[in-house]
Ligand binder design. Structure first.
Ligand code: AMP
Ligand code: MG
Length: 405
């Protein structure tokens, strides 16, 4: 029986062993969630021209100095300019141009009066009820980004807002680290993919779940199917997958049972570390890098498989794809009930429901915690970390890894 290895040590060993994926160029519209490998500068200013932030009238502020509700200033309306068009007239003394949000500032004007602060006297005359100050409601050229400015730096994880900014400066192709292609293989004689169950059989839940976790993480899932407890078959399935995928997840067959063929198969393909991690659930883990492809031999119990993916595979895959932040956020939450446990040399990860309350985050168990009971894990939105010992008491503060809001 090998000894228990601390979680952080196993995580560090894995992060030190996984390779970095090579950069590639993708269409901007395919770059969501990927990480930039170049600094981005803008050749153009954003906004590209001075324009109005409001619907109203472009004016010369000096003309409106004496305006008030009781004594409005009348200006002659010489033109009208919607967004996407350019005024054909200049704003001269005591003149105004009707202007819509986003339209370029006409020459001669230095402020915009909101339409709500005017009333129309006739189609050619507007009464301004408040004085304008130079620059009122004018969005200056380059006010967001000056021409030549650095927009984003290498290592930025691209959100939808980043994509929007990049589109605004005319980027259509971009250099990023691609999302890793992650193969998922289920192993076990007892598993079937679909249909009625024969005695002793269960349905394969890990493969759809792990494919889902891979997709949810922003990676590309590759379904490697399901094989029985047969060392040769496992080897034959994994060999081509090692070439096709950037990483592989297997489930089952890594415990200390007599039918743990994944361990044996992986040892035939390359050198593999087999760990008993000091955590519950997800104690057994096989890990190795074979022909440059990391393989995570996750445990078969569905809850263990999921927790193992979260703690080991997801951070490693994020590092491979250049993400600056590897782990999910941890918040401090107040326990709504006792979380009892006994000392056993392990950190316990309890599936929980965490929610925001007036006094901050509060946390409660999401239900039955056995490692085969996936339904309670499906109801969880976080993982509470209960250190070795006798547990925590209601009201205590508990660190919780947030999966979802
Ligand atoms: P193992 O790690 O192969 O010893 O499996 C541990 C437990 O997880 C056993 O009860 C298996 O039946 C179950 N199990 C293994 N693989 C899967 C799977 N893909 N879907 C659902 N349960 C599984
Ligand atoms: Mg098995």
């Amino acid at each position: 029986m090998s000894s228990l290895v601390p979680l952080e040590q196993v995580q560090a060993e894995i992060l030190a062993a996984v390779p970095n994926l090579s950069a590639t160029e993708v269409a901007l519209t395919d770059a969501l969630g990927l990480v930039l490998v170049e600094d981005i500068f803008t050749a153009e200013p954003i906004p590209p021209f001075a324009n109005t932030a409001m619907d109203g009238y472009a004016v010369r502020a000096a003309d409106t100095e004496s305006a008030s509700l009781t004594s409005p200033v009348s200006l002659r309306v010489v033109d009208e300019v919607p967004a996407g068009h350019v005024a054909t007239q200049t704003v001269g003394p005591s003149e105004a141009i009707r202007i819509m949000t986003g339209a370029p500032m006409p020459n001669g004007a230095d402020a915009v009066v909101m339409v709500e602060r005017t009333h129309s006297l006739d189609p050619e005359t507007v009464a301004v009820e408040h004085p304008a100050t130079r620059g009122d409601h004018v969005r200056l050229a380059g006010g967001d980004l000056a021409a030549g400015a650095e927009v984003f730096s290498l290592g930025t994880e691209l959100t939808a807002a980043h994509i929007g900014v990049l589109a605004s400066i005319g980027v259509t192709q971009i250099r990023v680290i691609p999302a890793p292609r992650v193969g998922v293989l289920s192993t076990g004689d007892e598993l079937i993919a679909a249909g009625p169950l024969a005695p002793g059989q269960i349905r394969d839940s890990n493969r759809p779940m792990l494919l889902g976790l891979v997709r949810e993480s922003g990676f590309v899932p590759v379904d490697l199917g399901q094989v029985g407890d047969d060392e040769d078959l496992i080897v034959d399935t994994l060999r081509p997958a090692l070439l096709e995928c950037d990483a592989i997840l297997t489930s089952g067959g890594v415990s200390v049972g007599d039918y743990d063929f994944v361990k044996a198969a992986l040892n035939r393909l390359g050198s593999l570390e087999w760990r008993q991690v000091a955590i519950k659930p997800a104690k057994p883990l096989a890990f190795g890098v074979i022909s440059g492809t990391p393989i995570f031999g996750l445990p078969g119990n569905p809850v263990s498989s999921l927790v193992s993916y979260e703690l080991f595979a997801r951070p490693a895959l994020r590092q491979m794809s250049g993400h600056p932040i590897l782990h999910r956020p941890t918040v401090s939450a107040r326990a709504e009930h006792d979380f009892t446990r006994r000392p056993d040399g392990k950190v316990h990860f309890v599936r929980v429901q965490v929610r925001w309350s007036e006094s901050g985050y509060v946390v409660a168990s999401s239900g039955e915690q056995a490692s085969n009971v996936l339904s309670a894990t499906a109801r969880a939105n976080g993982l509470a970390r209960i250190p070795d010992g006798n547990g925590v008491t209601a009201g205590d503060s508990v660190p919780v890894v947030l999966w979802r809001a």
